[in-house]
Design a binder for this molecule. Structure first.
Ligand SMILES: O=C(O)c1ccccc1NCC(=O)[C@H](O)[C@H](O)COP(=O)(O)O
Length: 356
C-alpha cells in the first residue's frame, strides 16, 4: 500500500473518530466513515487511473546508498520531482510533517473553536457579480511566484489587502506557501485580524486535511483544492471537511479530464479554471473558454456552480473574454499586486471603478 493511501485512511480515521461532532454534523461523520470503506487497492494507481500525474514524495525520501563510511543518494526518476508542482507538493509533505509535530490535529481543533466566524465566500462573489454586472474579483495577496520571481518588493500584506477591499474586490486570496511564494499563515491571520471584511481564501497546496483546520484557525473562509494533485476520494473527503467547518472549497482544474472528475463530485459549489499550466507555467486564457464549451458549460449552469477564471488576466479585454466564456468570478494576482496603488490597479483591470 502506498503512502498516499495510508495517509488518506489515517487522516479519515482520525477525522471521523476523534472529532466531537455536534448532532447536526453526525450525518457528515457517517459519510466520512463510509468513505473509508471505499478505499481499496493502491492509491498511487488510483491517482494514475484518474489522470493525476503529480506523484507523492517517496515515503522514506530518496533512497540512501552507502560506500564505505559515506552515504549518498542516487538521483533517479523515482526520487526526483518531475516538475515544479510536484516539487512544491513534495516539499509541502516535509513541511506538514514538521508543522503537525508542533501542532497536532487535536490541538489545532481547539484553535479552530476560537477562530473568527466564517463568512460566505461564494455569496460574496455572487453578490458582487450581480451588483457590478462583472465577474466578482478574488484579489490575490501575492509577493512572489516560481514563474515570475518577486512581484513586489515593498510588500505589506495588510496594506495590500485593504487597498484591494477599497478597490472593490469581493474576496481575497492569500498565498500561505513560504518557500515558493514568500507567503505565510501569519499573513492570513494578520489580514483577518486587521478587520478586512472581504472573505478570505487560503491559497495553499493542500495534501492533508490538517491544512484545512490550520487555515480555518487563522480565519480563512475558503481553501483551494487542486484536482491535479488530489484524487477524487481526497477531493470528496476534503470537501466534506470544508462543509463541516462552514468553509467554501475552491476546486481548481486545468483540463477537461479534471473538470469532468470534479463535476462528478456531489456538493461542489465553486470551480476554478486555471489558465496557467502548473507543470510548465504556460499561460493561455482560452483554457477557460475551451473548458466551458458545450455540455460541460450546460452542466455547470444546471448545477449553479460558480466558475472562477484564474491567472493571466491583465486587461478589460481579458476580463470580458472570460466573462463571455461563462465565469462569474476571476482570481487575479500579478496584474494588480504590481501596481503602486493596487486599488487603482483594479479599476484599470476592469476598465471602470467597481467599488461604487
Ligand atoms: O503563479 C505561479 O507561478 C504558480 C506556479 C506554480 C503553481 C501555482 C502558481 N500560481 C498560483 C496561481 O494560480 C496564481 O497565483 C493565481 O491564479 C493568480 O495568477 P496571476 O494573476 O497570473 O498572478
Amino acid at each position: 500500500m502506498s503512502d498516499r493511501c495510508k495517509g488518506c485512511i489515517r487522516a479519515q480515521q482520525s477525522e471521523s473518530k476523534d472529532v466531537t461532532l455536534s448532532p447536526a454534523t453526525k450525518s457528515e461523520e457517517n459519510a466520512l466513515e463510509n468513505e473509508e470503506l471505499e478505499v481499496g487497492g493502491d492509491q498511487e494507481d488510483v491517482a494514475t487511473s484518474q489522470g493525476i500525474r503529480i506523484r507523492r514524495r517517496p515515503p522514506t525520501g530518496p533512497p540512501l546508498h552507502y560506500v564505505g563510511p559515506f552515504e549518498f543518494r542516487i538521483q533517479s526518476e523515482g526520487n526526483t520531482p518531475r516538475n515544479i508542482l510536484e516539487e512544491i507538493v513534495w516539499n509541502k509533505d516535509v513541511e506538514i510533517t514538521q508543522m503537525k509535530e508542533k501542532m497536532p490535529l487535536a490541538k489545532m481543533r481547539k484553535w479552530v473553536e476560537n477562530a473568527p466566524p466564517v463568512r460566505d465566500f461564494v455569496g460574496a462573489l455572487r453578490t458582487s457579480n450581480v451588483r457590478t454586472g462583472l465577474p466578482g474579483l478574488i484579489a490575490e495577496v501575492k509577493k512572489a511566484s516560481p514563474s515570475r520571481g518577486v512581484l513586489r518588493e515593498n510588500f505589506d500584506p495588510v496594506e495590500i489587502a485593504q487597498a484591494y477591499e477599497k478597490g472593490g474586490a469581493a474576496c481575497l486570496s492569500v498565498l500561505t506557501d513560504k518557500k515558493y511564494f514568500q507567503g505565510s499563515f501569519e499573513n492570513l491571520e494578520a489580514i483577518r485580524n486587521a478587520g478586512v471584511k472581504c472573505p478570505l481564501l487560503c491559497k495553499e497546496f493542500v495534501i492533508d486535511a490538517w491544512q484545512i483546520y490550520c487555515a480555518r484557525s487563522k480565519g480563512a473562509d475558503a481553501i483551494l483544492l487542486i484536482a491535479a494533485v488530489l484524487p477524487d476520494l481526497d477531493l470528496r473527503y476534503m470537501t466534506k471537511i470544508c462543509k463541516m467547518l462552514g468553509m467554501a472549497a475552491l476546486i481548481e482544474v486545468h483540463n477537461e479530464r479534471e473538470l469532468d472528475r470534479v463535476l462528478g463530485i456531489e456538493g461542489v459549489q465553486l470551480v476554478g479554471i486555471n489558465n496557467r499550466d502548473l507543470e510548465t507555467f504556460e499561460l493561455d486564457i482560452s483554457t477557460t473558454k475551451k473548458l466551458l464549451e458545450g455540455e460541460r458549460g450546460q452542466l455547470i449552469r444546471h448545477k449553479d456552480i460558480v466558475v472562477v477564471g484564474e491567472s493571466g488576466l491583465f486587461t478589460p479585454a481579458d476580463i470580458a473574454y472570460v466573462q463571455e466564456a461563462g465565469v462569474k468570478a476571476v482570481l487575479v494576482g500579478e496584474s494588480i499586486v504590481k501596481k503602486n496603488d493596487p486599488a487603482q490597479g483594479i479599476t484599470e483591470l476592469f476598465g471602470k471603478d467597481i467599488s461604487l
